[in-house]
Design a protein around this ligand. Structure first.
Ligand SMILES: *Cc1c(COP(=O)(O)O)cnc(C)c1O
Length: 365
């Protein structure tokens, strides 16, 4: 019996009947791009998150580009982004015309902090892409207190809770100026294809995002901006609508599995993820650190356990980012890039699987 790194299939098996019905409804309606299913999913997602607006888009990468443009980012601006994240967090910035400026992350939470953002700020800083990495939640309010708007890249943290500036608890993605989500199959709320969304409480930002996702157009034949073809499909929206009510239970399952890992023998031999202060993470990946992470992964592989590093080469060292060399030291990024390792985690992982992985890591480390 092998233990997969993640398992998006098992949790949806009991929902197959409902999903088939939802897909059939779209086939019968003929509304394949945007349309009533998309509007209904946007409303349901907004309600579940406690967001005023949800604007769905084609994927989580374009969600960041469109959100940044919708809050006014453009040529000549700088946007701060961590280097230790999925490439898309930074890749989404140059298409706005702005310059990505890399900042460091905290080795414990693996997220940016007010200190790491402040170190990268200049008079040209227009926004920060704060990544809620691996499902953890970054201190958005502390960062906005520096005087710069935050776009929360929530692609890995759908279902997490954080703290707003007024001290109230709210969904990750609704803590700052705007939030972005991905419905790629491996995410906490994964569809059966690509999809994404933007959240905001700001009417003007929502209006601008709606315009940008549809070729910069509000009414047919008038194009106010050079925008994007970035729309969600009716079939994806209908499927996501079936999955959405199950998200809280799936997130709870992931959280319990991470707690079980933390309480195991593994805690003695690897670095563990630390919850963002006052937050309730929605762990998408269970990432530990070890000086010989690749040796551990190879040993786990021999035992049929899938473990892998995601960002061994951080973004600021990627060939595509050569035009934007880093301006600050990134010791947390360097440490995590070299030592991180994701262990199996999913909304379907069993206690026995967690125990088997933990025992194997404890033995190998
Ligand atoms: C997945 C992901 C994205 C991009 O989402 P897509 O829907 O795949 O475009 C952006 N940022 C982070 C942190 C991600 O994990």
């Amino acid at each position: 019996m092998s233990i997969p790194a993640f398992d998006p299939r098992t949790p949806v098996i009991p929902l197959r009947g409902e999903i088939d019905e939802a897909v059939a409804r779209v086939l019968d309606s003929g509304a394949f791009v945007l349309g009533p299913e998309v509007a209904a999913f946007e409303a349901a997602f907004a309600e579940q998150l406690g967001a005023k607006h949800v604007v769905s888009v084609a994927n989580g990468t374009e969600a960041i580009t469109i959100a940044l443009r919708a809050i006014g980012v453009g040529p000549g601006d700088e946007v701060i982004v961590p280097s230790f994240t999925f490439f898309a967090s930074a890749e989404a910035i140059p298409p706005t015309g702005a310059t990505p400026v890399f900042c460091d992350v905290d080795p414990g939470t693996r997220c940016v902090t007010a200190e790491t953002v402040r170190a990268a700020m200049t008079p040209r800083t227009k926004a920060v892409v704060v990544v809620h990495l691996f499902g953890n939640v970054a201190p958005v309010a502390e960062i906005e207190a520096l005087g710069v708007p935050v776009v929360e890249d929530t692609a890995q943290a759908t279902g997490a809770l954080g703290v707003r500036a007024d001290g109230s608890v709210a969904s990750a993605g609704t803590l700052g100026k705007a939030g972005t989500f991905s419905f790629y199959p491996s995410k906490n709320l994964g569809g059966f294809g690509d999809g994404g969304a933007i959240t905001t409480d700001d009417d003007a930002v929502a209006e601008q995002a709606r315009l940008l996702r549809l070729h910069g157009s509000r009414a047919k034949d008038t194009y106010l901006e050079v925008g994007y073809n970035s729309r969600l499909d009716g079939i994806q929206a209908a499927i996501l609508g079936v999955l959405l009510p199950h998200l809280p239970a799936w997130v709870e399952h992931r959280r319990a599995a991470v707690d079980r890992y933390r309480a195991s023998a593994l805690a003695e031999v690897v670095g563990l993820p630390v919850d963002g202060p006052g937050t309730s993470p929605a762990w998408n990946l269970m990432v530990v650190t070890h000086p010989e992470a690749d040796r551990l992964a190879a040993g786990l592989q021999e035992r049929g356990i899938e473990a892998r590093a995601y960002y061994r080469e951080p973004i600021h060292l990627q060939p595509a980012m050569k035009p934007w060399p880093t301006t600050v030291d990134l010791p947390g990024t360097t440490h995590l890039a070299a030592q991180h390792l994701a262990l199996p985690l999913s909304a379907a992982i069993t206690d026995a699987q967690v125990d088997e992985v933990a025992a194997a890591v404890a033995e190998l480390a």
